[in-house]
Ligand binder design. Structure first.
Ligand code: M6R
Length: 364
């Protein structure tokens, strides 16, 4: 059922505009321009803290959500990978919402963390793609993604659908806590409604990105840099590349690079910079110049404004549509997925079934 696609991963990348729209449909009331969550029997306004737990790509979706929950809802957020969370004996006080994110809903470490939080009296919310999964059954608040079955081991469409749900949840929490006016809520809804079109615009760069694969495929190491909500995207880009192309890659917060990894930079290390124009742009550009001054080869992913300002001298640039900061992480996911995909194809690896990996990790 791959249709005209060569791999499930490729098909799933291209399904994103449709499945993100499908997912958002159940969280947005377009006419009223409000966010609507499933019926629940407790008051989200009483939540005083959010603890997010997940693994892998789902964890990076959670990292993006941390920025959103703090910025929009002014809620303190704690986040950890599931395999660390339980064993550090986390402080879980009454009034906390514990949020678990998982495509499969069966990841053993995440499920164990969920049960730990439940026993500690937390309200349990889950963002899952499989509605019949263990996590879905054990939740107080079930927030499904409607990505459809994801076959490729590398998670793609599940990630953007998770982000869509988390953005809606952030807006909802912000409204409940009196942090968003009606007009601001309507603006967020409008931006989310625009997302599928922006994802299509990002996908239009497929061929161009395929043409860049030969620049990355010979590398031994690749660095991804991002700031703010694009920092988790850098981590996600690096994870995608590692798992399917077997090239060593690291994601770093742009500003942290000068505290160590800059020592790695030379002509042989491509550096992928994720930097939409906006208030964080200048700072990221100066980090990019630090890379270039050391002979590093930069692939800049930005919008027209960003590329006009800082694209000169880059190894390559990929132009994304200019989008609202809230949806930038969804849109910028596309070029990092496509880049990993095409590099893996260029290397001839088994894209859908990379070595040593399972789609659902059911051992702790
Ligand atoms: O099913 P889950 O979302 O709980 O899975 C979590 C990770 O195992 C998963 O995201 C993994 O990192 C992917 N292979 C990443 O592409």
């Amino acid at each position: 059922e791959k249709g005209n696609y060569r791999h499930f991963m490729q098909k799933e990348i291209f399904e994103q505009p449709v499945v993100v729209a499908q997912t958002l449909r159940s969280y947005l009331r377009r006419v009223e321009q409000t966010v609507a969550l499933p019926q629940i029997d407790f008051d989200l306004a009483s939540i005083n803290r959010v603890t997010i737990v997940a693994c892998g790509t789902s964890f990076y979706a959670g990292m993006v959500a941390k920025y959103w929950f703090e910025q929009f809802a002014r809620l303190p957020v704690d986040i950890d990978v599931a395999s660390e969370f339980r064993y550090r004996d986390p402080v879980l006080e009454p009034g906390g919402l514990a949020l678990f994110i998982s495509q499969s809903g069966e990841t053993a470490d995440t499920l164990a963390a969920l049960r730990h939080c439940k026993a500690a009296g937390q309200t349990i919310a889950v963002v899952v793609n499989v509605p019949t999964s263990s996590m879905a059954r054990e939740a107080d608040l079930l927030l499904p993604t409607h990505a459809g079955p994801e076959i490729g081991v590398a998670s793609t469409k599940a990630f953007t659908c998770q982000l869509a749900v988390l953005a809606a949840l952030a807006a909802h929490l912000a409204v409940k806590r009196g942090r968003l006016t009606r007009a601001e809520e309507a603006e967020i809804v409008e931006q989310l409604v625009e997302t599928p079109a922006c994802l299509n615009a990002a996908l239009a760069h497929d061929e161009e990105i395929a043409g860049m694969a030969h620049l990355i495929a010979p590398a031994r190491d690749v660095l991804y840099l991002g700031r703010g909500p694009d920092y988790p995207l850098a981590l996600e880009g690096a994870l995608k590349l590692k798992e399917i192309s077997y090239i060593h890659a690291e994601g770093y917060a742009s500003g942290e690079m000068k505290h160590g990894p800059i020592a790695l930079i030379d002509e042989a290390v491509p550096v992928i910079v994720l930097a939409p124009s906006g208030p964080l742009f200048e700072k990221t550009v100066s980090n990019m110049q630090e890379v270039r001054a050391r002979g590093g080869k930069v692939v800049l992913i930005s919008d027209a404004e960003g590329i006009a300002e800082a694209g000169e001298g880059c190894l390559a640039t990929i132009e994304m549509p200019k989008v609202h900061p809230l949806i930038a992480p969804l849109v910028y996911a596309v070029p990092v997925q496509l880049l990993a995909y095409h590099v893996a194809v260029a290397k001839g690896t088994d894209v859908d079934q990379p070595r040593n990996l399972a789609k659902s990790v059911t051992v702790e």
